[in-house]
Design a protein around this ligand. Structure first.
Ligand SMILES: [Zn+2]
Length: 156
């Protein structure tokens, strides 16, 4: 009950933050290359051509204070996060640039955004962070599974 109230309280803030950063990534990020477009489709993304990737020294950038406190509670923040999807925008931490596993994982989240809608995704994601801890929720589990499946030998 407390968790649901907390999610309801934080959702507008998280949504505004996500929208702002998605716009920034879409403006200055790079489109997917040919092989990455194939991975995106296989990860379930309906519109891979809309995806943009922005490499940063540290992810996520500039969290609002209330979200930072929440993030610390569920061990989600610059120390543990190497990539992040916000709608069609993907942040990648610089040292993970070129990691196919990470990109597929984030593309799986993009597919989840498409499937659920941005606001419902964030609501579910926040709830899973608060109840299971990062990165142990079901949305994370699905993204990890998709990356494992696509990277496994003898699949195609
Ligand atoms: Zn993830």
């Amino acid at each position: 009950m407390f968790t649901r109230a907390l999610v309801a309280l934080l959702l507008p803030l998280a949504w505004a933050w996500a929208r702002r950063h998605e716009r920034a990534i879409l403006q200055s990020g790079k489109p997917l290359r040919e092989g990455e477009l194939v991975d995106a489709r296989r990860a379930g993304v309906q519109h891979p051509e809309r995806v943009r990737v922005l490499v940063l020294p540290s992810v996520p950038p500039r969290l609002p204070r209330a979200l930072r406190e929440l993030a610390e509670r569920c061990a989600w923040g610059p120390a543990t996060v190497t990539g992040m999807a916000l709608g069609y925008g993907i942040f990648v931490r610089a040292e993970q640039r070129g990691s196919r596993r990470l990109l597929i994982h984030e593309l799986a989240h993009v597919a989840q955004y498409e499937r659920l809608g941005v606001r419902p995704f964030l609501k579910l994601y926040l709830h899973q962070c608060l109840t299971s801890g990062y990165p142990h929720g079901l949305l994370e589990a699905e993204a990890k599974q998709i990356a494992r499946d696509l990277l496994a030998p003898n699949t195609g």
